[in-house]
Design a protein around this ligand. Sequence first.
Ligand code: C2E
Ligand code: MG
Ligand code: MG
Ligand code: MG
Length: 290
Amino acid sequence: QAKGAGGNTYRFFTPEMNARIFERVTLENSLRRALNSDQIAVHYQPQVDMHSGLLIGFEALVRWHHPEQGDIPPARFIPIAEESSLINQIGDQVLREACRQNRAWQDMGLPPVVMAVNLSAMQLRQPEFASRIAAVLTESGLDARWLELEITESAFIRDTERIVEVLQQLQALGIKLSVDDFGTGYSSLGYLKRLPFDRIKIDQSFVRDLPDNADDIAIVRAIIAIADSLQKEVIAEGVEQPQQIDFLLQQGCTLMQGYHFGRPAAAGQAEQLLRRMQDKQRFTRESGAA
Ligand code: C2E
Ligand code: MG
Ligand code: MG
Ligand code: MG
């Protein structure tokens, strides 16, 4: 019983808080050791154009296999990495690997596709960020037009002027830019006008209950209309069902990503999708990869 815990009594560290801080510090330390080891891997999830049924690209997603704890999801370790500068090193490792892999597929004669890599706000704030990215492209031999960078809208809240400048430099290099998790942040629509970007990603939370939920229908329609009038591309995340595909196509959104087309998977499996595309196989509404 919390006897006498009312009034002005404060306990700065409850046992639960201690445990949480301990877990964080422990996780951060093991993450630091995991860097540049094979505990950190990159998986690839297909992005498709359901107008043609063709694969258009992959999103690179980081994976951490902890030696004792097994797979730890990004939702658990990315926030911790963002509180230290570890995110810069993780981001760098993922970017290099994804660019190298994409170039390797092109060297095998597979159809060229765009590789989308997630960026944290902190990475964008590194000095000379655009030059760093240019160096990674040179190192991997990947042409800039096959790289896309995904940035969540919450990254635009602070230092907007500076962020705009960096994004312009990236665009000048020929890299594509997309706004990730669109509609979930706290930022206003005003930033859309000021930021250079090519594509909006409709967050999966709005796609999940399509086509049954009236609010989600309204929101998704509105996002597609905004993208259209700003002449940006729009892609829906989290597509799992044929009914969602039907609805999105009706609304004019043909670019999609989600478990229906494929879960994030290791490079070998992604390569199989590229081979199927080379054989002119298409994604269909019934079965993801036909
Ligand atoms: P995100 O960038 O929005 O990535 C999409 C997430 O949705 C991925 O989760 C993916 O596995 C999941 N997803 C894709 N299709 C479906 C679907 O049909 N249904 C459901 N339920 N989920 C689907 P994941 O890989 O766990 O990543 C979570 C988040 O962690 C990412 O969200 C991104 O914000 C962050 N993240 C992942 N990799 C990186 C990275 O290399 N760098 C940075 N900075 N963040 C990353
Ligand atoms: Mg993303
Ligand atoms: Mg997203
Ligand atoms: Mg997300």
